[in-house]
Write a protein that binds this ligand. Sequence first.
Ligand code: GUN
Ligand code: FE
Length: 448
Amino acid sequence: MSVFHATIVHTPVRGELQVLRDCLIAVDTNGIIGAIHSNVPTSASPETFLTSEFHGLPVRYLSKHQFLMPGFIDTHVHAPQYSYTGSGTDVPLMTWLNKYAFPAERLLTSLPLARDVYTRLVRRLLRNGTTTALYFATLHLEPTKILADIVEDLGQRGFVGKASMDRNAPDDYSEHTADAALQSAESFIQYVIGKANPLVVPVITPRFIPTCSLDLLRGLADLSRRYGNLPIQSHISESHDEIAFVRSLHPELEHGNGCDTTIFDSCGLLTPRTVMAHGVHLTEKNISVLKQRGSSVAVCPLSNFYFANGIFPLHEHHLEKGLKCGLGTDVAGGYSPSMLHSVRTAVVASKALALTHPRGKEVEVDWRTAVWVATVGGARCLGIEDQVGTLEVGKVFDAVLVDVGDEVVGAVDVFEEMDSLERVVEKFIHLGDERNVAGVWVQGKKVV
Ligand code: GUN
Ligand code: FE
């Protein structure tokens, strides 16, 4: 249980920043926010506002340089690729996968190395205020169990996927047959379910269509159903070379970049719990299929600049057509593990798109909307919007304590006025980094 006296900054309504000053916030033993009272003077007695279960607890009074915001939700991150983040950024996707991603992932069959890389990454994400992450791990069972253990031990909310591949992968980094891949995926599911920890969830993870046979894709959809509709993740319509590869593998199908969606859908992998990464080349028709199925897209703007041969039209697909979207770092396709970076890049990407778009500035996305996508949007992709994404009574306390009293953000004394406070938040979103993260809580438990 804990009680804070703090300013809350969050985005319950897309495109709008809500700033609640001088809140008394009480978090119960289950990590649920039991009460929020705004405009409470620091001189007031907390007992006047809070029910008896919160009486007598020490109140943490935040300084005027600090505020609480919801934790970020990274909807697409490759944990094993953290080891080579920031390298190999000069080649197209398929070359990058073969030259860097697959070899780096295969190296983590060394369990001590897996433990080391995963511990560093999960710590780094938490320090950056990422309270929830949707992880891709490797093909291998034991190292992926280690990732689930580390997420659990470090207290993050983690959706963890053991990747599956049975075709067109290197001989020494493939599961070779659909049966072997399905068995391994099921063992991982059972291991995570056995933890009985609601913070750690197993995810069905066909890597992408080029490396998964149709038998494997169908079998994975069946596994998801058999274990109570488990979440599903993959990559969809990411880049020209990926699309050309799928086209060469499935010449029988109708084309026009829509092939990935058709195949995933026919195999039963598009569900309300499906989060597809990238989707830069999705067609109108694909978007409407994804929407009908309730599936969502993890938008990874930094990675897309490097690999996707295009920009995901966030304004059109999300704001106008209503496709569910979250933001992701796509480490290591994106070289930054910071969701703040992802938020900024989403804004920059929309501005780049607007430069040549017939509707110009109309398709830009502003920072408040990008923050919404990085918090509430991600929660909706994962089906946990009733628990996280904002700081409200009844939701779980997954929160970041931001301290702008650092030279990175600078302006501190403008905190006196409401308008100015919003400007300080804007400065944090654009200039802030992990040095400004003074504390992180997941389910009410302090993890940083
Ligand atoms: N498609 C299949 N695997 C990957 C991956 O590791 N990164 C990216 N960006 N795209 C992929
Ligand atoms: Fe990816």
